[in-house]
Design a binder for this molecule. Structure first.
Ligand SMILES: [Zn+2]
Length: 469
C-alpha cells in the first residue's frame, strides 16, 4: 500500500494527516479483508513500476499499471487440462483477476497426477468448473469464470470481450478454429489494421518431453495456419515394416492391432478394439509378445500395448509447467509492456538435458487465414469434385477435416457437397463423382469452403487447365 504518496506532507497538515491516517487505516483493513495484504504484490510491482533495458519502447513505469492488470485486463484461458491448470495458477499469482476458462472435458482419474487443481472427489466433474472454484478459493480476489462447453459454442461477441487469449490445448483443430476466430475480429481501415481490434493469442503446446510457446499478434505475425506444416500428420508405421520387418515393440503391437485382430476376431465379428477393456489389451499384448519373440524384440508391456492402441503420448508434468510458465510470462509482458514479447516462437525439449531456442516464424504471404487473397485451386475440368475434397484433406497446407463446398452459379448459391448435415450429404453425395465440367464450374470460378478447422468461410479460385486425357 502506498500510504505515503496519498498523505500530504507539511507541518500545517498534521491534523489532516491524523484524520487521513485513520481513514486510510480503515481502507487498508477493508482491502486486506477483501483480498490484499501489505506487500502482497511487491514482486509484480518491481516489474511495472521501474523501467529497464528490455522494456517495450512505449513502456512508462507507473504505480497504476498494476491496477490495469488486476481490475481491467480480461484473459481467456482455453483448456483446463495439464497446461490449463498451470496457466490459471500462474496468471492468478501474477495478479490477473479477471480470468475466464473454457473446457469441454470432465475430470478423469488419470489426470490427477499433474492436473493439480483436481482431487479424487472431483472425478467426473467438469474441469473448467472445478479449476475455477479451486483458484477462486485459494487466491483471494481472483475471479475465474468457468465455461463448460466447446469453444465453437460461442460466437465473436464472446471472444471480443478479452484482451488476451491464452491456449493450453491438445487439439490442433481447436487451435486453428480459435486462430480463425481471432483473425475474423480484426478490422481494417483503408488496408491499415485497426490495432484496437487485435487480440493477441499466446499458444502453448506439449507432447511428452517436448513443448513450444508462441505469441501470435493476429494479422501482424505468423498465425497458426501460416505455420501449419509445423504440425505433422499423425505418424503411422509403414505397413510393410509392420508386416515383414518389425524392429520395435510398437511394430509388433501394430501388427496384432491392424492385421491379427480383424483376422482372428478374438471377441467375435464386429467387435472393435476398446483400449480401456483389459481383456482386449491382454489379448493384444500376448499375441504381440509371441510375434516379438519370433523377431527377438523385447519390451512389450501392458502399459505400452495400451499406449500404442490408444495412441497415448505420455504427458510430462514438468514440460507442462515450463511451457505454461513461458506462456504466462508472455501474457504478463503483453498486458504490461514491461518487456518485449517473444518474437515469436520458442521451442523446448528436455529429452536429453535441456534444450531451448527461439525463432521468428514468418507470416505466409498467401495464408488462407490471415490474408484476404483467394487461394488458387489448380485442377483440370475433367477432375472430379472428390479430387478437390481429397486434396483439401490430404495436403499439408490445408489439412482440412470435413470440407463443405459451395459456389455461386448464375447468381444463385449452390451447395456442391456438405458432409456435416446428413440430409444435405445424401443429396449432394452424387456430385462427388461428377467432373468439374459437369458441375458447371469454369476457370476462375470462386468456390467457398467451410471446415471445422475454422469459423470462417474460405474463398478459393478455381484454375482449370485442359484435361490432357
Ligand atoms: Zn496466417
Amino acid at each position: 500500500m502506498h500510504v505515503m504518496q496519498i498523505i500530504p506532507t507539511g507541518k500545517n497538515h498534521k491534523e489532516i494527516i491524523k484524520k487521513k491516517e485513520k481513514q486510510l487505516f480503515f481502507t487498508i483493513c477493508i482491502n486486506q479483508m477483501e483480498s490484499d495484504w501489505s506487500g502482497r504484490w511487491n514482486h509484480v510491482r518491481k516489474f511495472v513500476e521501474r523501467g529497464g533495458p528490455f522494456a517495450h519502447p512505449d513502456f512508462e513505469p507507473s504505480t497504476e499499471a498494476i491496477g490495469f492488470l488486476q481490475d481491467v485486463c480480461k484473459i481467456l484461458v482455453i483448456g483446463a487440462g495439464g497446461l490449463g491448470c498451470e496457466l490459471l495458477k500462474d496468471l492468478a499469482l501474477m495478479g490477473f483477476r479477471n480470468l475466464d476458462v473454457i473446457d469441454m472435458d470432465t475430470i478423469d482419474v488419470s489426470n490427477l497426477n499433474r492436473q493439480f487443481l483436481f482431487r479424487h472427489k472431483d472425478v467426473g466433474k467438469p474441469k473448467a468448473e472445478v479449476a475455477a472454484e479451486f483458484i477462486n478459493k485459494r487466491v483471494p480476489g481472483c475471479k475465474v469464470t468457468p465455461h463448460y462447453c466447446q469453444i465453437q459454442d460461442y460466437d465473436e461477441s464472446f471472444y471480443r470481450k478479452f484482451h488476451i487469449v491464452v491456449c493450453g490445448l491438445d487439439s490442433i483443430v481447436a487451435r486453428r478454429w480459435i486462430n480463425g476466430m481471432l483473425i475474423s475480429l480484426l478490422k481494417y481501415e483503408d488496408g491499415e489494421l485497426d490495432q484496437s481490434t487485435l487480440i493477441p493469442m499466446v499458444d502453448g503446446g506439449t507432447e511428452g518431453f517436448k513443448g513450444n510457446a508462441r505469441v501470435i499478434l493476429t494479422g501482424i505475425t505468423a498465425c497458426i495456419e501460416c505455420t501449419l506444416d509445423l504440425y505433422p500428420p499423425q505418424i503411422n508405421f509403414p505397413l510393410c515394416t509392420i508386416a515383414h520387418t518389425p524392429r520395435l515393440p510398437e511394430h509388433c503391437i501394430e501388427y496384432v492391432r491392424i492385421l491379427l485382430w480383424p483376422k482372428e476376431e478374438p471377441f467375435g465379428a464386429d467387435v472393435t478394439i476398446d483400449g480401456d477393456e483389459p481383456d482386449h489389451i491382454n489379448w493384444i499384448m500376448d499375441k504381440s509378445i509371441e510375434r516379438a519373440n519370433e523377431f527377438k524384440i523385447s519390451g512389450i508391456t501392458y502399459r505400452l500395448t495400451q499406449g500404442v492402441v490408444k495412441r497415448i503420448i505420455p504427458a510430462v508434468a514438468s514440460t507442462n509447467a515450463v511451457i505454461a510458465a513461458a506462456c504466462s510470462t508472455e501474457v504478463f509482458k503483453l498486458a504490461t509492456s514491461c518487456c518485449l514479447p517473444l518474437n515469436n516462437y520458442m521451442n523446448f525439449s528436455d529429452i536429453d538435458g535441456i534444450y531451448t531456442y527461439a525463432f521468428e516464424a514468418m507470416k505466409k504471404e498467401d495464408c488462407i487465414a490471415c490474408t484476404n487473397i483467394p487461394k488458387a485451386l489448380k485442377f483440370s475440368d475433367g477432375d472430379k469434385l472428390q479430387d478437390i475434397l481429397t486434396y483439401l484433406i490430404d495436403s499439408a497446407e490445408y489439412q482440412m477435416k470435413s470440407p463443405g463446398i459451395t459456389t455461386s452459379l448464375n447468381g444463385k448459391n449452390k451447395t456442391l457437397y456438405m458432409q456435416t448435415v446428413k440430409s444435405i450429404e445424401e443429396k449432394t453425395r452424387e456430385n462427388l463423382k461428377k467432373t468439374l465440367n459437369e458441375l458447371g464450374l469454369r476457370d476462375g470460378q470462386e468456390v467457398y469452403i467451410a471446415d471445422p478447422t475454422t469459423p470462417n468461410t474460405i474463398t478459393f479460385k478455381l484454375t482449370l487447365g485442359c484435361n490432357m486425357e
